[in-house]
Ligand binder design. Structure first.
Ligand code: HEC
Length: 281
């Protein structure tokens, strides 16, 4: 009976896991285009951490390319100093902030140069301006975009996600989107100001963003290749960090809690054996 109970328990747990998982997988919609390529991110897995050099390159791509259209309302300059992030020095961040003009109604001139506590300035003054400049579609804010997107995965691949702590779907999506511009499939009309992308919203579709990246567009200081592929990885990593700067410490905490529970269960089992050892049963 005891055995049967635990069997039923295990089956219930498995079933609820599958339900939760299929809801998650269904979020991406029916997949018809090419399978998304999953990247081996440094911040993946249980022990992953962000790669500082990669975040700095990603920030450079953001600053020089994406921020012409995309805002990041929750992003303040001083986040760039944060441990586990791009880790620019205090002086670098001060100088960077000072190079931007911030609209400040309380200032005598209505604007002033930036300080590290300032939020990243929006590229457009109003939502209407942003739409007007982009064929009627507002470029979404970057602050938490990497958390709001995911790559569709077919059954049973996502089951493994429970065991590998896979939370990089947003970064994988952004990478695939940026490298996914292609000729539209036969029979698909692409309107003016629209572009076909094999991975848009997981299934492929047209969107109002022209391919934003080209080879050799951003000058990297280090050895990293100046290719669309590398830029796409770097900006995707940066956006993941922006959306979840504490992801890696949260995962480490989760792992420590699990280890504790595991050891605690073992200890309790031994206590139980000891307590009941003198009782006949
Ligand atoms: C010229 C303006 C412009 C630039 C530059 C630009 N974007 Fe966009 N982006 C847009 C617009 C407009 C949309 C909305 C497209 C739509 O929904 O049809 C968009 C949408 C997106 C989306 C959301 C797609 C989705 O799933 O809804 C992502 C991610 C994105 N851009 C990333 C980037 C990155 C990364 C860069 C820099 C490498 C960049 N963009 C540069 C205009 C731009």
């Amino acid at each position: 009976m005891k055995k049967l109970n635990s069997l039923i328990g295990a089956a219930l747990i498995a079933a609820s896991g599958m339900l939760a998982g299929s809801a998650y997988a269904a979020g991406g919609g029916e997949h018809s285009g090419p399978e998304a390529k999953l990247i081996d991110w440094t911040f993946g897995g249980v022990f992953g951490t962000y790669d500082k050099a990669q975040l700095q390159r990603g920030f450079q791509v953001f600053q020089e390319v994406c921020s012409a259209c995309h805002g990041a309302e929750l992003f303040s300059f001083r986040m760039l100093e944060k441990e586990g992030g791009p880790e620019y020095s205090e002086a670098q961040v001060k100088a960077l902030a000072a190079s931007y003009t911030i609209q400040d109604p309380e200032h005598i001139d209505g604007e002033r140069s930036g300080v590290p506590a300032d939020k990243w300035p929006s590229p457009f003054e109003t939502v209407q301006d942003a739409k007007d400049a982009n064929g009627g579609v507002m470029p979404p804010d970057f602050s938490v975009l990497a958390k709001a997107r995911n790559v569709p995965q077919k059954f049973p691949n996502w089951i493994g996600n429970y065991f590998t702590a896979y939370q990089e779907g947003g970064a994988d999506y952004i990478y695939n989107l940026l490298t996914g511009y292609n000729d539209a499939p036969e029979g698909v009309e692409v309107g003016a100001g629209q572009y076909w992308n094999d991975h848009f919203h997981g299934t492929g579709g047209t969107l109002a963003m022209a391919p934003p990246l080209f080879d050799e567009m951003v000058d990297y200081e280090g050895e990293a290749p100046e290719t669309v592929d590398q830029y796409a990885k770097d900006i995707a990593a940066f956006m993941m960090w922006l959306a979840e700067p504490d992801m890696t410490s949260r995962k480490a905490l989760g792992f420590n809690v699990l280890m504790f529970l595991f050891l605690f269960a073992g200890m309790m089992y031994m206590v139980k054996r000891k307590l009941w050892s003198s009782v006949d049963h």
